[in-house]
Ligand binder design. Structure first.
Ligand code: HEC
Length: 158
């Protein structure tokens, strides 16, 4: 049934309002391999802890699990990298590849497509690549109302 999660999701969002982070966008000079020397490459700040909170408040946790917490309808986003690195464009590209299935499922179950700012995407990418921060995700951090709506399988075509 469409929109079945909206009320639970809205309530959870209200319960978990986050303090705004100062917008920090340091600019990085391109290295000598850069082919467009006149362009300045702008990188957002990353904060894996903020990413852990967004993973819950944005609703990723409905479908994806990290540290065993969350739904099983989508691939788990655990990272076991020994030397964690965050590749922002790679993360965005993976989301882009998964976008058709993800958006269809979000519209069916949440009633809307999750919207993200560039900074939020960067924090989520940091969380997805930070095994230490991922270990800090615990069931109690997910509002009870949301836990009832974890999606454990892709819906069957009717
Ligand atoms: C309603 C369910 C649902 C929600 C909510 C959801 N996703 Fe997904 N996501 C999926 C599905 C299904 C796939 C797999 C798509 C495919 O394989 O084509 C996916 C794929 C991905 C991938 C690629 C995985 C890979 O193995 O490369 C990433 C990264 C991702 N999602 C991140 C997120 C983030 C971050 C959020 C929250 C902002 C989120 N997803 C919210 C269902 C969801």
């Amino acid at each position: 049934m469409p929109f079945r999660l909206s009320a639970a999701f809205a309530a959870a969002l209200v319960a978990l309002t986050l303090a705004p982070l100062p917008a920090v966008t340091p600019a990085a000079a391109q290295d000598e391999n850069g082919k467009s020397p006149g362009l300045k490459l702008v990188l957002p700040a990353i904060d894996a802890e903020r990413g852990r909170q967004l993973f819950v408040t944005k609703g990723c946790v409905y479908c994806h699990a990290v540290n065993g917490i969350g739904g099983k309808a989508a691939p788990p986003l655990d990272s076991d990298a020994a030397e964690p690195t965050v590749n922002l464009t790679d993360f965005a590209a993976r989301m882009w590849s998964g976008a058709p299935a993800m958006i269809e499922l979000q519209e069916m179950d949440l009633g809307y497509q999750i919207r993200l700012t560039g900074d939020e995407l960067a924090h989520l990418a940091a969380f997805a690549n930070d095994p230490a921060e991922q270990k800090k995700l615990e069931e109690e951090q997910v509002p009870e109302l949301m836990r009832e709506w974890y999606l454990d399988e892709l819906p069957k075509a009717e």
